[in-house]
Design a protein around this ligand. Structure first.
Ligand code: NAP
Length: 314
């Protein structure tokens, strides 16, 4: 199953997330994911594993045109002079000549770090200290450079990630090519129904990340995640899982995909990879969908305010 993007291309409804795939193991993990049937791979410059992903794509026998490869522009390349350079680096590392989807990772412009000095440039984009370094680049200027890559055939669709409603509205006022996709943190504890309604009404597809809520942030030792009851053990989710003879993970993914929101779960484990892919062959009832809707806490785990008081979601 897929979502038809406003660019005319089809995006699979279930893909494979590549954040925190260790560079040394990522080739093997992605080969497993290809073997069990994943077609969409969600990567990013910042994940530091593009070359390992590229090795997996090269080793697998799957034709390039059957894959849907997503990557993301890191914050230090927002200046229009650097957007193409960043994309070229990703294309080279992945060993492909186009991306299916190229997203602005965050609406945060940070200081440029030359690729030959440090790559990826890291969270703070600094060569000299551990402080965040920013740059004054309006988002529309970055977006225009993204559009030029579509015209050059280097990327098929372009989109955004971690943008709020007002930023999206502003981008729509000035863009020539509409964003095809918005990728956001979205799970039972952070549902953002108004953002979802607005974005879908604009013909922009949504991809949910961190669909299992706190789970992904436990390995980062996030206090917020450690203090939050896991969704897998939530009574509501467990009861619905039992009723459908499915796992809690499958219920969380189906609750999302049933509303035409794509998911990109990550797993290092082949059995869980298969489990996460098998989420489109059953439906939750309206009542069950509503039960999960009631779990919303407005609880965000990936918040730039917590990094350096960066005011994206206030
Ligand atoms: P996630 O997919 O929600 O959760 C991953 C965690 O859940 C891992 O600890 C994994 O462990 C575990 N897990 C996976 N499947 C499971 C299952 N069936 N049962 C039990 N546990 C399971 O989290 P995520 O990686 O944060 O999000 C998914 C993808 O979204 C990322 O990989 C990345 O591509 C993207 N993302 C984008 C942004 C952005 O800013 N745009 C931010 C975050 C993430 P095992 O590996 O041991 O299975």
């Amino acid at each position: 199953m897929s979502i038809k993007l406003n660019s005319g291309y089809e995006m699979p409804l279930v893909g494979f997330g590549c954040w925190k795939l260790d560079e040394s193991k990522a080739t093997e993990v992605v080969l497993d994911a290809i073997e069990v049937g994943y077609k969409l791979f969600d990567g990013a410059q910042d994940y530091g594993n593009c070359e390992a992903l590229g090795k997996a794509f090269a080793k697998s026998s799957i034709p390039r045109e059957e894959l849907f490869i997503t990557s993301k522009l890191w914050n230090s390349y927002h200046h229009p002079n650097h957007v193409e350079e960043a994309c070229d680096k990703v294309l080279k590392d992945l060993g492909v000549d186009y991306l299916d989807l190229w997203l602005i990772h965050f609406p945060i412009a940070q200081a440029y770090v030359p690729i030959d000095k440090k790559y990826p440039p890291g969270f703070t984009c600094s060569l000299s200290d551990d402080k965040f370094h920013f740059e004054d680049v309006p988002l529309l200027e970055t977006w225009k450079a993204m559009e030029s890559l579509v015209k050059k055939g280097k990327v098929r669709s372009i989109g955004i990630s971690n943008f709020s409603g007002a930023l999206i509205q502003d981008l729509l006022r000035g863009c020539e090519i509409k964003p095809a996709v918005l990728q956001i943190e979205h799970h039972a504890y952070l549902q953002q129904p108004r953002l979802v309604e607005y974005v879908q009404s604009q013909g922009i597809a949504i991809t949910a990340y961190s669909s299992f809520g706190p789970q992904s942030f436990l390995e980062l030792k996030s206090k917020k995640a450690l203090d939050t009851p896991t969704l897998f053990d939530h009574d509501v989710i467990k009861a619905i899982a039992k009723a459908h003879n499915k796992t809690p993970a499958q219920i969380l993914l189906r609750w999302t995909t049933q509303r035409n929101i794509a998911v990109i779960p990550k797993s290092n484990n082949k059995k869980r990879m298969i489990e996460n892919l098998e989420v489109l062959d059953f439906n939750l009832s309206e009542e069950e969908m509503k039960e999960i809707t009631k779990l919303d806490l407005g609880l965000r785990f990936n918040d730039p305010w917590d990094w350096d008081k960066i005011p994206i979601f206030i």
